[in-house]
Each structure stands twice: as structure tokens, then as C-alpha cells.
Design a protein around this ligand. Sequence first.
Ligand SMILES: [Zn+2]
Length: 473
Amino acid sequence: MTPPDVPLITIPLALSEVVETACEVVDNIVLVRASEVVSSTHCPRCQSVLVYRHGTISRKFIDLPVRTKRVLIEVDRQRYRCRDCGKGFFLPMEEFDARRSITIRLKKYIEGQGLRRTFGELAQEVGVDEGTIRNIMEDHIAVLRANQHFETPEILGIDEVHTERIFRLVLTNVGENTVFEVLPKRDRQSLDAYLSQLPNRNRVRVVTMDMWRPYRDSVHEYLPQATIVIDKFHVVRMASQAMESVRKKIRLELDRSSRVKLKNDRFLLLRRKSNLTPKQVASLNQILLEYPRLASAYRAKEAFFDIYEMDTVHSAKQAYGDWLAGLNEEDLASFKPLVTAMSNWNKEIFVHFTHPYTNAYTESVNALIKGINRNGRGYSFEVLRAKLLYSADAQITRSMTIRNMSWPAATGDTPSSGLLGLVITTMRRSGTTTTIQYFGSSIADLSQVLDSESKDHHLWSIRSTEKNSGVAQ
Ligand SMILES: [Zn+2]
């Protein structure tokens, strides 16, 4: 009688240190029995050749899954003993991770997948518990952190993003639209510590940032050559907020239905008038007729946005002067925070008109961090950072050829699992040097990776609830 579940396929083990002796499928798991190929010739401790076999011990290792089936390799580990020093030993094996009871190729697979998928999903697939996946990834990420460095940006973006009430500092390469670095805290001390050791920091020409004094002070100290530009969106947002404060005040005096209507129509007020349809403009005009105080604040908001449409610093400054002079007393009170900011950050705000760089990606990075956190609850900061920085699917590299220029030779090995290596890899070919520059993950591509992660995660959730959990986990 043939049991229904005998393996009809044989899977070549493709390992050099062990040879397969038997294979069966038990509870949907492929169980491969194997023994070691090489025998010991001498004692690793005293080099004596007087060694003898001293029984075997069976050790189980989880291997790469095959056709969605989990694979377990049970190796009969040969034990040896030395006659001279009396010590017992095993032969070392390089294809197995004895500490974690997995094969090295499974470890590499986990390292490759761990930045693209959630740990839970990966654990489910390969049959290793989530804690072990986390542990493998933490080790792997430490290696990445030590070996992967990105080209210092010419245009550096400094931004804070918050998730679960924790503020993180995100540094970006504004020119390349890539994530450059993520720091766990956004305080002056963290930024100082980081900028003070930033390699090639004199490369940075421009820094875009929010109006936050510690950032400015830190940049003045460590990147004195850089021009600070206050991100346009952080400035105009204050104009919108000022108008919103007026709308909210008016709302308090209204009956319920008018209040709801004014809330639902707020997008008409917040959007630029030029982006509204004729029908929306009509609704907007209705609101403005109804609430003169709001209308005044709305016009001030629109006029402030218009300042950023100016072509030159001179005309922008002129427009701002006119705008300020034109504010009535009530609007002046509502727009006070903006007016104060314009005064405290005047130079850095108007630099925008000669250096029109912005942190337009801030929202994307915020969304990314939230998405990553949502997909993998409880990720440590290091994992979050690695997912943002080293996601292989989103890496941007450029190569360029430099003639007659000496460049430091590359060091280190080619990194494993297809990920990128050092900041600059050089190859010399007949007098020219090709350098490959690494810029980190593209913010746009990361969004796509994250989307697919969300979908996978969703599918995986469905699958795992459908599946009865008769499989070893
Ligand atoms: Zn010995």
C-alpha cells in the first residue's frame, strides 16, 4: 500500500557539506535526512591526528521552502573525540547556522525578503518564528548600517516626521528625491552629532528645512557654507492655518447645519482658487458673501500664496510688504504667527526666490513611515530606518566616468543578497575611473514597494485565517 502523500519529486539538496540519505513528507513538511560528507582528520584544538568517531547527534535545520512546502533537514552530526587532549568536537559547517537551526541559504533569503515584506508574513512562509526573523534582520541591518553609505547630498532636506507621537528626523537628498538618513530624535543634539561626522559635508550647498531654530543653529555650525532655504510649503501652510483659525472661530457662532456646511466646504477655502471648477468657485463666492470676516482672511491667504508666484526676490519682498500693509487689524491678529515667522526667518524664506528648492516629498515620507509601521507593528527604529534606506527595489545609483583622477580604491566585499555596497565603488580601466554613486531609496519607488507590501500583507492575512494551523510554526 502506498500512502497518499509520498513525495513524487526528489529535490536536489545542492549542499556540499551533507548528502541526502532519505526524504519523506510528514504533516506537509518535507523532511530530508542527511549525513556529513567530510570526516575529520585532526583535532582542531591540538592538531593531533589521533581522532576517533564518538557517536552521532541528530540536528534539525529549517531550509528554504520548496513549492510552498516547508523543508526540514535532519543532519546526523558526527561527533569526534581526540585521544591526545581528550576533547570532543564536531566538524564546523558553513552551510548551516547552528545557533538558529536554519540553513545559511534560508538566512540569506530572509535577509533579502526582510526589507520588502512584513516579518509575520515571512515567518509564516518559511516556518521560522517571527522572533528569529527579527533577530536575523537586526544582525543584517547592523551590517548594512556599517557598510552602506550614500553620497552626501548637495541639497539636503531636513524634516521631522511623526508617528505614534514620536518625532523622527528625516534627512533627504532633495536633488535626487531619495531618503538619505533617518535619526531617532529630532533635537539639536542628534542633528549636531550627525552633521559633525557627516563625510564630505562641505559638499552640501543648500539645506531646505522647516522653521525650527535648532536646525538652523546646527547647520550654521556644521555646514557653514550651506544656504538655508525654508521650505515653501511650511510657510504657506501658516497662511492656510491662519485662515482656518478664523473659520473655526466663526463656526462657534453658527447653528448646527451651517456649522456642518462650513466644515464640508472648507476644501473650497483651502484650495487655490485657480484649481477650482466654475461651479466650485460659485459655491466659494457664496460662502465669502455670507461670512465677510472669513472672506477677508481668505483673501489674505490667497494673496500670501501669490507672493510665491513672484519671479524675483525683489518683487516677492515688495509683494510681501504690500500684503502686510494691506492687512486689517483682525487679519493681522489672525496672521500673527505667520507675520512673526516672516520676520524671524526673513532671510531664509526669501532665499527661496534664488534657490527654489522645497521639501515637497515630506508628505510622502510621512505616509511611508506610517505605512511601514502599520504593516509591521512593533518594528524597531532600526528596522524602520533600514526599510526606508536600503529597500533594494527602490535604490538609485548612477555611474559616471572620471578621467585622470585618482579615487580611493573600494574596500570590502561585494555585499550579499543583491544589495548595494559602499558609497563609491571604483573600477579602473586604462586611465579612466568609473565611479558608482549610491543615493539611497527613491521616495517615489518606496511608495510603490510599500503599496505592494500592503497588498501582500492583506492577502497573507486572508490566507492565514483561512488556513488551519496544523503546520509547525
Ligand atoms: Zn586534541
